[in-house]
Design a protein around this ligand. Sequence first.
Ligand code: ZN
Length: 363
Amino acid sequence: MESIAREVKGSFHWYPVQKTFSIVSARDTLKFAVGIPYMARNGRTSQLTQAPQLHSGHIWIAEDDAKKITTKPVASEPVPVKTAEPTKPAAPIAAKVDPKADTKPATPVIVKPKPPKAEIAGSREVRTIVIDPGHGGKDPGASGKRAQEKDIVLAVAKLLRKNLADEGFNVKLTRSKDVFIELGQRANLANQWDGDLFISLHCNAIDATEERKRIIQGYQFYVLRAPESEEDKAIARRENAVATLYGEKNAKDELSPLEWFKLEARLEQYKQTSYLFTEKLLDSFEGGKIKKMNTGVGGAGFMVLVGAMMPAVLIELGFISNEEDEAYMMSKVGQQDLADRIAEAVSKYKDAVHSYRETLGRD
Ligand SMILES: [Zn+2]
């Protein structure tokens, strides 16, 4: 890709967190994402023969695709899609939370998009926290030997609400009782409340032998990112299953590559701050009763996060299929401890956003 950039006399920009890259020349702005077989040329999306791949420290694409890029735009066959992808060159990473960034939504999930504001969520002061206790009502979520996911996450959400309210945050819950809410509706609510941070609470589970259930435990934090492992894909499918199960509109359990690609442009605005929050979560969950699973951070296509126009993180508190994790998540002490740790992360996140704003000279 670097040599293609030189050939078209363009500059090459690589965004390691998002795993996206762009080539900006006098003629074109081309955007790509590793692992996704599409590119956008000046905002128009077209298919690639193969997804760009990372290999030996470089990004490689198929020869046919390379030819498309180095020839005139007419040679490409644009897929007719209505997106609001910005055509200007992407800002460098340090300026990712630039409030002047394009705030137009590029997703069909939102029913009533708000008009662009002067400062978007993620770059303005952190005030409104939307807590989303997963599942509810006819959808119990995952079940353990004694508990159901929907009850645990609601209990933690209520404790978290109290903690955050005591610290002066404006706190909203997508549900405060045992009721069913569609996945798409949860993000819509968060957008209506003009949230600054969306936290979806869940419990993980595996369907496996008793021995595996004893071994597999731990918490994990998820952001919207093209999944890199089969495990992450499976977790998203499980959390998304409710939408297809109950006939939700636009329901699906996985995003198509094209949908991923179209999401990228919008996600860029919130991805850095979503990761910033997961960093704070990793710090505050350190040393707790429930252990970290793998690296503690994963990415997949969680439908509940797709429509949120703000930094958004899905927390798997622990494995309900593991007796130890389940007992802790069911206990009053455990629930309070989890709420305390999340609240601490929210406060640290707020401080981090605040000091970033100070470096930009904002009040
Ligand atoms: Zn869940």
